[in-house]
Design a protein around this ligand. Structure first.
Ligand code: ARG
Length: 586
């Protein structure tokens, strides 16, 4: 189906053309003065310059051409040259009906289906998932769903940090604690010898311990570095423990991401890029881009227009080990080979901006990705505590994601009253979903680059712009429909518009597709949050003003019920692309 803005633009453009003007002048937008009109076209102003004519004269001619169209209640020229448009109710209702029977619920579909590789999550193996990774997971998951809802092909990749120094630290510490393990013996044979199992609690304890130790113990730090380099060059015993660490850690990560309704098509890690490193080095050498500097191999990526210094990107360190940039470049080779994507988006902390600038420039210079493929770092802000500093545990440590979620789930559980549920299990399950909604919406409603304050009480409020309020609105609709014994499958009976608030609500419904368009174009899930909140609050006013259950005029009542059904469908769609699950009651 077509969206209303496009429909109107088509009509007004044709009129401009018929009057002898450029049809591009006919772009229609939503009015910013809804009290005056619903839509407007300001093309006469640009036309005035082009055709040396007063804008109001052009606008008048155009209005003259379209005023007979029956979808308009009013079209008028307003001096000095605006074209103000208001639709008649029937046109609004028809569009709303079209949306309700459209499989995409009026969400505009991409003209050209694009392939997008979305790199988010970015957890580090052997380190527990902490809140620093929360934003990337939440935002990436939502962008994936938005892009897919609009008909694009999206491949999500968690891109685990599984090949760096943190693994070396863990293996070094394991070898000091368990010198007798067969994988640490020089004659370890991966075909015959069994690796000693590691459990997840030990793994979670060992990294912070080893990391702390390396700060005071220079010899240990050196050892961890050596282990990392040997692991990367294929040391059999280290590879075997590494695989065991991966097995335990990835299982734990999957569980944790699962709790957030975050999932990935690819569970690749930095280690998977390893097989493309030689090819990368080869290309860089052949193009003469790489040179030695202080023992390391580097590539210049500075550009004349740089305002701040962009240092050369290091490809190989002096001990021949690969670093973060090496794996990111090699991963681009892999992604190009596997998917030839139109875009690769990295949802990563904005403080890594310089790293991505270096990597992207090097990739384009080396030609490992076509010039017109978009490489974009969608830099994200920090989640802060109420003190305005990065969120910490009470004792100042980094908070584990699972601990954070448990706290919010408990608070959600305590907030809801027992009588709304049929069983405690149902209440527990609802608390889980409400908590996730609160946390995710609290995050997504901020622009991705902005830092925000994590405030459980605010996020769990039933009022205001919160995820809790949104799913609460859905449960209110559920309860109306339940009480009336309505089957959702019944065809919509939208027969009239009985009040101004309904008209406003319907307008918002038919403009929701625009919100999706903007959200994707600006890579901003917050636009979806804004629109969902607007829908929910308009619905609340409508619900407050009208007594749906007691309405005796049957035609009116069915219209209102249909409106409830449509709003619910649309709200659920918004929630779905935000990665939020609704509940039956709360
Ligand atoms: N593991 C990294 C970190 O914790 C994030 C990875 C982001 N993705 C990427 N392709 N560099 O900082």
């Amino acid at each position: 189906m077509t969206n209303i803005i496009d429909d109107l633009t088509r009509i007004v453009s044709a009129a401009f053309e018929e009057c002898g003007y450029d049809k591009c002048l006919g772009a229609v937008s939503v009015s910013d003065r809804l009290d005056l009109c619903q839509f407007q076209c300001n093309g006469a102003f640009a036309g005035a310059k082009q055709y040396r004519k007063a804008p109001f004269m052009i606008a008048e001619e155009v209005v003259e051409k379209i005023s007979g169209n029956e979808i308009f209640r009013t079209v008028e020229m307003v001096k000095p040259g605006f074209i103000n448009i208001t639709l008649n109710d029937e046109a609004i209702l028809n569009k709303a009906k079209e949306i309700s029977s459209d499989i995409n619920l009026g969400i505009p579909q991409a003209d050209k289906r694009e392939t997008i590789v979305l790199d988010y999550g970015g957890a580090n193996v052997a380190k527990p998932l902490h809140i620093g990774h929360l934003r990337s997971a939440i935002i990436g998951e939502s962008l994936k769903r938005i892009a897919r809802a609009m008909g694009n092909k999206v491949i999500s990749d968690v891109h685990l940090g599984d090949w760096g120094l943190q693994i070396g630290l863990v293996i070094a510490e394991l070898s000091e604690r368990n010198p007798d393990w067969v994988c640490f013996s020089p004659d370890f044979d991966p075909d015959k010898d069994k690796v000693n199992p590691i459990n997840v609690d030990e793994l979670n304890e060992i990294y912070p311990f080893a990391s702390q130790k390396s700060k005071s113990d220079e010899a240990f730090k050196e050892k961890a570095r050596a282990v990392t380099a040997e692991l990367q060059s294929g040391h059999k015993g280290y590879i075997a423990v590494w695989k065991e660490i991966m097995r335990v850690s990835v299982k734990d990560l999957k569980e944790n991401y699962g709790k957030l309704y975050v999932d990935f098509d690819l569970w690749y890690g930095e280690s998977d890029a390893d097989k493309y490193v030689d090819e990368l080095i080869d290309i860089l050498n052949k193009k003469g881009l790489m040179y030695e500097s202080d023992g390391a191999m580097v590539v210049d990526v500075e550009e004349e227009t740089d305002k701040a210094a962009v240092p050369p990107v290091i490809i190989k360190k002096s001990d021949n080990s690969n670093i973060y940039a090496t794996t990111d470049l090699a991963t681009i080779i892999q992604r190009q080979k596997d998917y030839a994507p139109d875009r690769i988006w990295y949802v990563v902390d904005k403080r890594q901006g310089l790293h991505f600038t270096q990597v992207f420039r090097c990739a384009k210079k080396a030609g490992i990705i076509p010039e017109n493929t978009e490489l974009a770092h969608l830099g994200i802000g920090t989640m802060n505590g109420k003190d305005g500093k990065p969120y910490k545990t009470r004792d100042g440590g980094v908070m584990r994601l699972s601990d954070l979620l448990d706290t919010v789930i408990e608070a959600a559980y305590n907030k809801m009253s027992d009588e709304n549920f049929e069983s405690d299990d149902e209440k527990r399950e609802a608390a889980q979903k409400v908590a996730i909604a609160a946390v995710k919406f609290g995050d997504l409603s901020n622009h991705i680059t902005k830092d925000y304050i994590f405030d459980i009480d605010k996020f769990l409020s039933f009022e205001g712009k919160t995820g809790t309020y949104l799913i609460y609105t859905v449960t209110r609709i559920n309860s109306i429909l339940r009480n009336l014994g309505i089957n959702e499958k019944e065809p919509l009976a939208l027969s009239g518009v009985y009040s101004d608030i309904e008209r406003e609500l319907l307008l918002n419904i038919i403009l929701s597709g625009e919100a999706f368009k903007h959200a994707l174009a600006e890579r901003a899930p917050s636009v979806i949050c804004d629109n969902a909140y607007r829908l929910a609050s308009l619905f609340s006013t409508f619900y407050h003003d009208n007594h749906i259950m007691g309405e005796t005029d049957k035609e009116k009542q069915s219209t209102w019920i249909s409106l409830c059904i449509l709003v619910r469908k649309l709200l659920l769609k918004h929630l779905d692309v935000l990665g939020i699950k609704a509940v039956e009651r709360m």
